[in-house]
Design a protein around this ligand. Structure first.
Ligand SMILES: [Fe+2]
Ligand SMILES: [Fe+2]
Length: 394
């Protein structure tokens, strides 16, 4: 199996993973032979990348960090929690930041959120979600199939998965992991209080629009801070996930000390970012960057991996970045790659499997030569070819 851009999907190819619609109804079942009509429909619905099963990559197994069942359950809960709360905002006219904050703190909005059946369900489903992630040690690949419409919800689930695997690596206890999951599910909920035209704008934001988007951190925190089922730490993920170690983040310009202060978390501290929000900052950045958006294509995973490395110490907690490099492969399984040097220079193929000892030096199955001609596929192990460089191409 491999993941390819929708532009390169051809009729006759076999779908590798089931695709779901906005309400998580099944759009196309895995195993279906793709037609021209399917491709047009998927493009119109804003799908960018899908999974294909073919003979060449039949032995490439992309393991999901989470089952379809649990992913759909959690994504539906998040989607409904957002949309039902958003529906309660109708007829509310508040156009200044202060007026919006005042409105968020009214009983009407708080109740719409807290008494929302979807939110109650989310609280219940949390355990099953955390349980499943506990069986995963590293992420072989990220498997959500995002479209324009479901981006926010899939993004919330994917950031939760990344952050929980981090949390597990750091041996955080179950309480903390649940706080992470809840905080990640709802980290961008403040966006429902911002004009949809700005949130869904297909082009670059103006400075004023960008200032408004930044407020989603404050709005989200105002909504969650006194909800009984939400721990203070989870609300602070919403508040702090765009803060940076060097104090140049938003909304408060908090700072980090680039260390793992596991036992020293004080939620009332006005200066310091809490650890689980520092985890959220990396998870959020990674997933937002690799995802395709209406205004830009997703960045390639190896490039985003390097961006996180280069942000270590300034944007991201240095010790956490070290941990990130131990759970997130530079080249996810199923990615298409190109060899950059050596006798196989410009050969292309697909990442087959990871070497757990050297996560960034996987086994690759090479399928095409430098002239793009099909070759008899052969396995190439980067861990035993240390001078060879490689890059993702899709
Ligand atoms: Fe955000
Ligand atoms: Fe986000």
């Amino acid at each position: 199996m491999r993941r390819i851009n929708i532009d390169r999907v051809k009729p006759g190819m076999v779908l590798g993973k089931t695709i779901y619609g906005y309400n998580y109804e099944m759009l196309l079942n895995k195993g279906v032979i793709i037609t021209e009509n399917h491709i047009t429909r998927l493009k119109n619905k804003g799908f960018f990348k899908i999974y294909i099963d073919d003979e060449e990559t039949a032995d490439v197994v992309i393991e999901d960090p989470i089952s379809d069942k649990i992913r759909i359950m959690a994504t539906k809960d998040v989607l409904k929690t957002y949309t039902i709360t958003q529906a309660s905002l109708e007829h509310i006219e508040a156009d200044t930041t202060e007026a919006i904050i005042k409105c968020i703190n009214t009983q009407k909005i708080k109740r719409a959120f807290q008494e929302n059946l979807a939110f109650k369900q989310l609280c219940k489903d949390m355990n099953a979600f955390v349980d499943e992630i506990m069986n995963t040690d590293v992420l072989s690949g990220l498997n959500s199939i995002k479209s324009f419409d479901n981006y926010t919800y899939e993004h919330s689930i994917d950031t939760a998965i990344i952050a929980l695997i981090f949390g597990k690596r750091l041996s955080l206890n179950r309480e903390k992991l649940k706080q992470i999951a809840m905080g990640e599910f709802l980290h961008d909920i403040g966006k429902i209080f911002i004009d949809e035209k700005i949130i869904n704008k297909p082009g670059k934001l103006t400075p004023d629009e960008y200032e408004q988007v930044k407020l989603h951190t404050i709005y989200g925190y105002e909504l969650l801070k006194d909800i009984g089922d939400i721990e203070a730490a989870s609300a602070h993920i919403t508040y702090q996930h765009h803060e940076r170690q060097d104090g140049k983040g938003y909304p408060r310009g908090l700072r980090g000390n680039n260390r793992l202060d596991r036992g020293m978390i004080k939620y009332t501290d006005q200066e310091k970012i809490i650890l689980i929000a520092e985890i959220a900052a990396i998870a959020d950045f990674y997933d937002a960057c690799i995802s395709d958006r209406p205004y830009r294509k997703g960045l390639l995973p190896d490039f985003v991996y390097e961006l996180i490395k280069s942000g270590s110490g300034t944007q991201f907690n240095k010790e956490l970045v070290e941990c990130f490099l131990g759970v997130m492969p530079k080249y996810p399984v199923g990615s298409e790659v190109r060899i950059k040097n050596g006798i196989n220079k410009d050969f292309t193929g697909v990442v087959m499997s990871l070497n757990t000892q050297q996560l960034s030096r996987p086994k690759v199955k090479l399928l095409r030569d430098a002239k793009k001609n099909k070759i008899t596929p052969f396995e190439f192990d980067l861990s035993s070819n240390s001078s060879i460089d490689m890059e993702c191409i899709s």
